[in-house]
Design a protein. Structure first.
Length: 515
């Protein structure tokens, strides 16, 4: 049986667990890769938003550069440049330098007349000759590029050359107040692109800017950062408003994991149920084959006794009348035993087929018990049993199927005789209480182990299968008893201890049965 079970266990694992685990691992990896694709798309979207903010800053400053170029060539440079710096208060000043000698030629706006600043720019040009040289190269190729030279929280310094041929030996320095530029020029743009979905921040070493009126900037949560093209030293950062993609991914992973765990539990539970049922089926088939051999044995014993004694009588070998009577007695006893076995098998098959009918009529339980007991007394005495009947004569009349209750009671007496050893004592008691009448049979026999006490009512079940006791039986008696008692809406109780004996109690309701 163990081998069969092991084989079924292996088949279950191969057929159910392996595909399920493969499916789960496939699901998990495909989930991960889906999540990665989503994250990639999301990140490139964030990049595009930050790109648009950078592009916008560049467009603004390019437009200033174009304006300055126009103004320088217009005859009234001073007044015109003053106009731009007045209109755009993030422009701190405009300086024109000599590209050949690396010298400041003119200063406009707030820078004009600021000698300290002019001198500082002079030395800045000298320290950044390569940038000027590169810009001149761009100019010769016909395009203008704004090149940031220095930027901090207070000021950004941008070099650019002109597209105009007349200004080929000159270059321009644009001084931009970073803070004003961010707050006045960039803030409205950032607010318009971020909408309700994103939070965009500008971060620098000295000061971080938030554009959603929230003073707390979750710096460590910002995943996508991009340097600002024209304000080096400043970074643009972005994250999703409310839930971040990280927490969404985490949430989904947790939900998926929970679902998978539930799936595994359900699967294991299913396997457990299947396995339990299969084990039960195997046990039943084992019990059935035991049953067949037990029944054959049960039938063979009385048959051989009958034939042996009948033959002896037939051959006229028995001399005394006394002996003859004894042999007749044995033959009729064994015939009764045979018919009991056959009856119990027939009754059982009727129960199994759902065809057993009961005929409930007004009866005294005591009458049934007394009838069976008195006809059984001889058999008990022959087997060396001391049997005591203790009746409660006040048990009221009740609806019982006399034949069925007799059969159940007889089964208990039979078992008490079969499963007693040296201590051949039997107590039968009747009584009533709590709306129930009862008959109990107590023996001092081998008893029933605790773990088997629930199983003995199962069809074909026998304790220890011949190891604990060598008594033959069909394993049907108690299942018939239980069926009979339950048909009366009653209950079977058992108190038993191995080695000390057993007490079976059949309880029947005193109120009228419906059927
Ligand atoms: P069986 O034909 O084997 O007696 P039953 O259904 O009557 O079948 O009983 C089931 C099993 O319960 C028996 O095989 C026996 O092991 C146990 N059993 C029943 N009655 C007693 C008892 N009075 N004392 C000890 N064991 C009992």
């Amino acid at each position: 049986m163990n081998n069969r079970l092991r084989r079924i266990g292996i088949i279950l694992i191969v057929v159910l667990v392996v595909p399920a685990l493969l499916f789960i691992s496939f699901e998990l990896t495909s989930l991960n890769s889906n999540e990665k694709v989503i994250e990639k798309i999301y990140e490139s979207q964030l990049d595009a938003i930050l790109f648009s903010v950078n592009q916008y800053s560049q467009d603004i400053m390019e437009s200033w550069a174009g304006k300055i170029e126009e103004d320088i060539t217009s005859g009234n440079a001073e007044a015109n440049i003053k106009k731009i710096t007045d209109e755009n208060n993030s422009i701190d000043g405009v300086l024109i330098g000599d590209a050949a000698n690396y010298k400041i030629l003119n200063a406009y706006g707030k820078a004009s007349g600021d000698n300290y600043r002019i001198n500082f720019m002079d030395s800045l040009i000298k320290n950044n000759k390569s940038i000027v040289g590169r810009l001149v190269g761009y100019q010769q190729s016909g395009f203008r590029k704004l090149e940031p030279v220095k930027a901090d929280s207070s000021e950004a310094i941008l070099f650019f050359t002109f597209n105009n041929d007349k200004l080929h030996d000159k270059f321009c320095i644009l001084l931009v107040n970073s803070e004003i530029f961010i707050e006045k020029v960039l803030a409205p743009k950032i607010k318009s692109v971020s909408g309700n979905e994103f939070l965009i921040y500008i971060l620098s070493v000295s000061k971080n800017y938030s554009f959603d009126n929230d003073p707390v900037i979750p710096v460590d949560k910002i995943r996508t950062r991009k340097a600002m093209w024209l304000l080096p030293g400043f970074n643009l950062g972005i994250l999703l408003q409310g839930e971040t993609i990280d927490s969404m991914v985490k949430q989904r992973a947790i939900t998926n994991l929970a679902l998978i765990v539930i799936l595994i539990i359900v699967l294991l539970f299913g396997i457990y149920i299947v396995f339990k049922n299969v084990r039960r089926e195997i046990e039943i088939s084992q019990m059935k084959s035991d049953f067949v051999s037990n029944v054959s044995h049960e039938l063979r014993t009385p048959l051989s006794m009958i034939s042996m004694f009948a033959e002896t009588l037939e051959m006229g070998r028995v001399r005394t009348e006394e002996k003859k009577q004894e042999y007749y007695g044995i033959i009729s006893q064994e015939t009764a035993r045979l018919s009991r076995i056959v009856n119990s098998i027939l009754n059982f098959s009727r129960i199994e087929a759902g065809k057993r009918n009961y005929n409930f009529v007004d009866t005294f339980l005591n009458d049934i018990v007394e009838n069976v007991f008195s006809s059984y007394k001889v058999h008990l005495a022959q087997n060396g049993f001391e049997a005591i009947l203790d009746k409660d004569d006040s048990i009221p009349v009740q609806k019982l199927d006399e034949e069925a209750v007799s059969e159940a009671f007889m089964n208990l007496l039979d078992n008490a005789v079969k499963y007693s050893k040296e201590n051949k004592k039997l107590l039968v008691r009747t009584g009533f209480g709590n709306g129930l009448s009862f008959v109990e049979v107590k023996d001092y026999g081998i008893g029933i182990p605790k773990e088997d006490q629930n199983k003995i009512y199962e069809k074909f079940f026998r304790v220890g299968s011949g190891l604990v006791h060598n008594v033959k039986g069909t394993g049907l008696g108690l299942s018939i008893v239980k069926h009979i008692v339950e048909a009366h809406k009653g209950i079977v109780e058992l108190e038993s201890e191995p080695g000390k004996g057993s007490l079976f109690r059949l309880k029947f309701p005193l109120r009228k049965n419906k059927n």
